[in-house]
Design a protein around this ligand. Structure first.
Ligand code: NZQ
Ligand code: ZN
Length: 386
């Protein structure tokens, strides 16, 4: 295996009833807490009342930042930074999906940063040496943000979506109660699962391909996500399936699968342009882009696509060439995405073919994976997606 360094300090509290641990988890931190949440799902589900009750029990002084939108925008972050500075907030508690978590991380990073958080950190990659500590209560399994140090934010005015990472942004703890995900609409369950699958792909479909545990873990995860997504879509209240999906999401992007791998992330870069222009759900964009990107690079990725077909889809390799297996794996993937109701074309999510030029202009490309893409490649992939 290649050399690596692994460090993940996030404490995970997984399972039914773990929310009750919140007051105990908050003991080491100061009294002033900024509670960050989204557009109202936590109020409808009753989670808001539970969390505020627990914060009261913990004797915390609570400030609120509400209305964090999917694909969180810079203006929400500025709002949160302003509260943290004005009130000298000691701790940020993010309650929601990946967007709420990412917005909270951006606030945590931006509060002590003297310059503009967007320009300096997201666009220019400056390092931070201090951040407000944060914890999370996750309501939607998808991004892995609950156990990683990444945050993704959009500048809607200029149609740019960018990520930022720093070790100080790992949540101090994340509470993962599968029952809190039961209120998710069916399509969000699908988008979340596609995001997880895409995270696994970004790490799995990349060199090196020597024998390594990371690839075997990736295959196990891909099988587990499929089985438990199917069970969840048959019965959205299947606790066993929803709990597996929740842990799948965390495992897909907590750093374990990337060990010894170069990684790719070009599908994510392309998708970020789609949601930066059209505000579509991240998982919906990935369902369109990722299969087409893998089809486009099928020659360079042939050996791995063939292995994927056999190990994940259990396609019988007898009598088949590597190329035939690779194509069978790609077909199985696309058929499955169609079967679960994921979008397949830009038109399915309301993006006109004429938008491709603008999309390409806002993509942040870097060399990666089995084949580094240039703008013409991206154009060809997006044309496959029309
Ligand atoms: O806003 P509320 O009312 O809470 O509703 C949300 C939102 O409308 C709803 N929802 C979440 N949990 C729910 C629920 N509705 C009912 N019951 C529940 N239990 O679902 C909608 C989508 O939520 P959102 O947080 O936007 O989804 P997701 O978790 O997919 O996050 C997407 C964002 O994360 C970024 C994406 O680019 C996108 O901006 N990513 C973050 C990553 C990271 N930090 O590592 C990596 C990813 O690749 C990704 O880029
Ligand atoms: Zn993603």
């Amino acid at each position: 295996m290649e050399n690596f360094v692994f460090h993940n300090p996030t404490r995970i509290l997984f399972g039914d009833g773990m929310l009750d641990s919140l007051p105990g988890e908050l003991v080491p931190f100061g009294r002033k807490v900024l509670l960050v949440y989204g557009g109202g799902s936590i109020k409808r589900s009753g989670l808001y009342d539970q969390v505020t009750g627990l914060l009261k029990k913990a004797d915390k002084e609570v400030f609120e930042l509400t209305g964090v939108m999917p694909n969180p925008r810079t203006e929400k972050v500025y709002e949160g930074i302003e509260i943290c500075r004005r009130e000298s907030v000691d701790f940020i508690l993010a309650v929601g999906g990946g967007s709420v978590l990412d917005c909270s991380k951006a606030i945590a990073a931006g509060t002590f940063h003297p310059g503009d958080f967007w320009e300096d950190l997201y666009l220019n990659g400056q390092r931070i040496d201090r951040a407000v500590p944060l914890g999370t209560v996750l309501t939607m399994p998808a991004t892995g943000s609950e156990m990683n140090s990444t945050t993704v934010v959009s500048d809607w005015e200029n149609n740019r979506k960018r990520g930022y990472g720093n070790v100080l942004l790992f949540p101090r703890f994340s509470i993962l109660e599968p029952r809190l995900t039961m209120t998710m609409p069916r399509e969000q369950v699908v988008y979340g699962a596609i995001d997880m699958i895409s995270h696994v792909f970004e790490q799995y479909f990349s060199p090196p391909d020597d024998d390594n545990l990371s690839d075997e873990l990736a295959e196990a995860l891909l099988r587990n996500i499929r089985v438990n997504l199917d069970r969840s879509l048959t019965d959205l209240n299947d606790y066993q399936a929803r709990s597996n999906l929740m842990w799948d999401s965390t495992m897909a992007l907590n750093g374990l699968l990337r060990l010894g791998k170069e990684e790719d992330w070009q599908s994510h870069q392309i998708e970020h342009a789609l949601s930066a222009w059209y505000d579509i759900p991240h998982g919906a964009g990935l369902a369109i882009v990722h299969p087409n990107l893998l089809y486009y690079i099928r020659k360079e990725a042939e050996h791995k696509l063939a292995r994927y077909a056999v190990r994940v889809w259990e396609i019988d390799p007898a009598g088949k060439s590597e190329e035939e297996l690779a194509l069978a794996g790609l077909k199985a993937m696309r058929d499955y995405f169609n079967e679960i109701g994921a979008p397949a074309t830009l038109g399915d999510v309301g993006i006109p073919a004429g938008a491709i030029g603008n999309l390409i202009d806002s993509i942040n490309l870097f060399p990666a994976g089995y084949r580094s893409l240039d703008r013409d490649d991206v154009r060809a992939i997006l044309k496959l997606s029309v």
